[in-house]
Write a protein that binds this ligand. Structure first.
Ligand SMILES: NC(=O)c1ccc[n+]([C@@H]2O[C@H](COP(=O)([O-])OP(=O)(O)OC[C@H]3O[C@@H](n4cnc5c(N)ncnc54)[C@H](OP(=O)(O)O)[C@@H]3O)[C@@H](O)[C@H]2O)c1
Length: 220
């Protein structure tokens, strides 16, 4: 049974990723700060107190996973906070950078021994991290943090190629979750079905691609 690990797994897109992967026959480990909406009954393994900025928690979990046993790591946890020119809250921008950019990098680095050679990594980014696609400005902290995540994704794709590990950089679409105040264009199931299709298609020749969940290649 393939093993998948998902961060930010207790609600929104992360929760749906866990449920969909379980349905597809994966052993699923759900990493979260508190279990929240994660149901006990469906056989998902739940690791609470996992904050992607907490180095001790990250290392302790990584030590608990048997080396070479993980097929898929999905870095999904993230936050969106308003940072405009009129309200340039640098503390908030730094927090978004810690959670959205450095968090996934740190989580991934800690789990490299756990990942199988030939495994896959997905980074849930945002098209708001695209510089070419930015036609509305603003959102400094979020846009900068996701652009940094995209840069990390490409370096991971290059660095892990030798181990046969492929990396997808995925925009989930505009999704009805708490993050968007439920005002997105699609539901989590449509977003996740698309992202899992992209992960199915992921291989070493397209590793490092920045994809919309609908399969469109996004500009950097
Ligand atoms: N929704 C969209 O339209 C959209 C669009 C583009 C990209 N995205 C990206 O998709 C991902 C999931 O977003 P969502 O819409 O599902 O948002 P959400 O409903 O707000 O869920 C965010 C998840 O991230 C977790 N999280 C936040 N900070 C964390 C931390 N420091 N450590 C561990 N977990 C943390 C949250 O846990 P708690 O419950 O503990 O806070 C929650 O599980 C994010 O990376 C987001 O940037 C979403």
């Amino acid at each position: 049974m393939p093993h998948a690990i998902v961060t930010g797994a207790n609600r929104g897109i992360g929760l749906q990723l866990c449920l969909a992967l379980k349905d597809r026959g994966y052993r699923v480990t759900a990493l979260c700060r508190q279990r929240g909406d994660l149901p006990a009954a469906v056989g998902i393994e739940i690791q609470e107190n996992y904050d992607v900025t907490d180095g001790a928690a990250i290392e302790a979990f990584a030590r608990s996973v048997e080396p070479g046993t993980v097929d898929l790591l999905i870095n999904n946890a993230g936050i969106l906070r308003s940072t405009s020119l009129d309200n340039l809250d640098l503390a908030s921008a730094r927090q978004q950078f810690e959670i959205n950019a450095l968090g996934p990098l740190r989580v991934t680095q800690s789990l490299l021994p756990a990942l199988k050679d030939g495994g896959k990594i997905a980074l849930v980014t945002s098209r708001m991290g695209s510089i070419a696609d930015n036609d509305s400005g603003g959102s400094y902290g979020y846009r900068m943090s996701k652009a940094a995540l995209n840069a990390a994704g490409m370096s991971l794709a290059r660095d892990l190629h030798e181990r046969g590990i492929a990396v997808a950089i995925l925009h989930p679409g505009y999704v009805r979750t708490d993050m968007t105040g439920q005002s997105g264009l699609i539901d989590t199931d449509e977003s996740v079905d698309g992202m899992l299709e992209r992960i199915d298609e992921l291989n070493l020749s397209n590793s490092g691609s920045f994809w919309h969940t609908n399969g469109e290649l996004l500009p950097w």
